[in-house]
Design a protein around this ligand. Structure first.
Ligand SMILES: *Cc1c(COP(=O)(O)O)cnc(C)c1O
Length: 401
């Protein structure tokens, strides 16, 4: 499929541009996307590639400017400690630790749980840890990933989990961790059903295996479910949360767990080069994000659903969208053909494989942009020819979200 191919060629294309279209003719160098710079100069760009594209606004920057700082490797930075304390409370965990990214957060948690050699972890076969983190658990940590088949709603069978846990047998790795992902990115931002989370916790508990939650977007799930984030972590041993996605901070993730877990995680963070110094400047952005941008996630969710509904109303047989499956800020469009459209407004999205395109709502999308995007979708989708040139062969998956 053309949309995903343009990414798979390794170019740093700004994902697919539904509308400026004719992807084949987009120059190979990254056509730089600057919503700030777009201004009056070029076409209006509504950037829905990911919720990572947000830029800190003036108030967040002011909080960063005013932050009290110290050397965080000495645990001397008061702003970092404040962010960690706040996160521990939010997640219902004893302690938390500020880390540079979600990928490092997951890896630190895996290495902290799998202390010693010969471990394996259960991961969903559509999970971020399994698909999009360079196999860091194997590459860096020496931990064997054991995939479980993800259902379309981001869950997996707890029966399969039970069946695949290894006996204490010298032929086998030691099953040391179960990882779940909430919300589930590749499953379209689905929020995991709470009864299923409880079931995983129970099953893992009887097997004596801890549960880690890749909660890059856990706060979106909490807003969707209408419960505190801590409820989604009940009985889980660790979590990793991103500040730099829908919460709109420029950088940073937090991991949380028990006091002893975080003590050990501190060692691993330093090992991986994640010990940072006067990072109260960044933690201040995180505190601002939690205080001011958490509650507004609901707005992204309703806009995502609104756009999905608009696309569903067009009822074009070549573009499928599961409106009821839109739980949070992510929408997956299933495409059957190439798309084209007029110039003037560009909507940027991210291909996720052969025939799926993802778009994500975030705090930098203004209310008026939502309707502009909707009308752009309509124009483009209606322009899709009914006679579909057959696309040949399957391809490798799209780029990392
Ligand atoms: C983005 C993401 C991560 C990784 O976060 P980075 O900060 O980009 O390293 C991990 N898990 C999920 C589900 C994500 O969406």
């Amino acid at each position: 499929m053309l949309l995903s191919r343009s990414l798979c060629t390794g170019r740093l294309l700004p994902a697919c541009s539904l509308g400026s279209a004719r992807l084949r003719s987009i120059p190979s160098a990254s056509r730089s996307v600057s919503t700030e710079a777009a201004g009056d100069m070029g076409p209006k760009v509504i950037d829905l590639r990911s919720d990572t594209v947000t830029r800190p606004g003036p108030e967040m920057r002011k909080a960063m400017f005013d932050a009290h700082v110290g050397d965080d490797v000495f645990r001397d930075d008061p702003t970092v400690l404040q962010l960690e304390k706040k996160t521990a409370t939010l997640t219902g965990m004893e302690a938390a630790l500020f880390v540079p990214s979600g990928t490092m957060g997951n890896l630190i948690c895996i290495m902290t749980h799998c202390w010693g050699r010969g471990s394996e972890i259960f991961v969903g076969d559509q999970s971020h840890i399994f698909l999009w983190e360079q196999g860091g658990s194997a590459q860096v940590a020496g931990v064997h990933p054991h995939p479980l088949r993800n259902n379309p709603d981001g869950t997996f069978s707890t029966e399969e989990l039970r069946r695949k846990v290894r006996e204490d047998d010298p032929h086998c790795p030691i099953t040391s961790l179960v990882c779940i992902e909430n919300t589930h990115n590749m499953c379209g931002g689905r929020s995991l059903p709470i009864p299923w989370i409880d079931e995983v916790v129970t099953v893992a508990g009887t097997l004596g295996i801890p549960v880690h939650v890749d909660g890059a977007r856990l706060l979106n799930a909490a807003v969707k479910e209408g419960v505190p984030p801590a409820r989604l972590l009940r009985g889980c041993s660790s979590v990793s949360l991103c500040l730099s996605k829908g919460l709109g901070a420029p950088i940073g993730s937090l991991i949380a767990g028990s006091h002893s877990f975080i003590q050990r995680a501190l060692r691993v963070r330093k090992l991986l080069g994640g010990g940072m110094r006067q990072v109260g400047i960044l933690a201040a952005a995180g505190i601002y994000a939690l205080d001011h941008q958490f509650r507004r996630l609901e707005e992204d969710h309703s806009r995502a659903r609104y756009l999905a509904q608009k696309i569903a109303e067009i009822a074009h047989p070549m573009v499928g969208v599961d409106v009821d499956g839109v739980h949070t800020n992510i929408v997956l469009l299933r495409l059957n053909t190439e798309v084209g459209g007029e110039e003037g407004i560009s909507v940027l999205m991210g291909p996720m494989g052969d025939d799926v395109v993802r778009f994500v709502l975030h705090c930098d999308v203004r209310a008026e942009d939502v309707d502009l995007a909707a009308s752009k979708f309509e124009t483009v989708i209606k322009a899709i020819p009914w006679e579909i040139p057959s696309s040949s062969g399957r391809e490798t998956k799209g780029r990392e979200p």
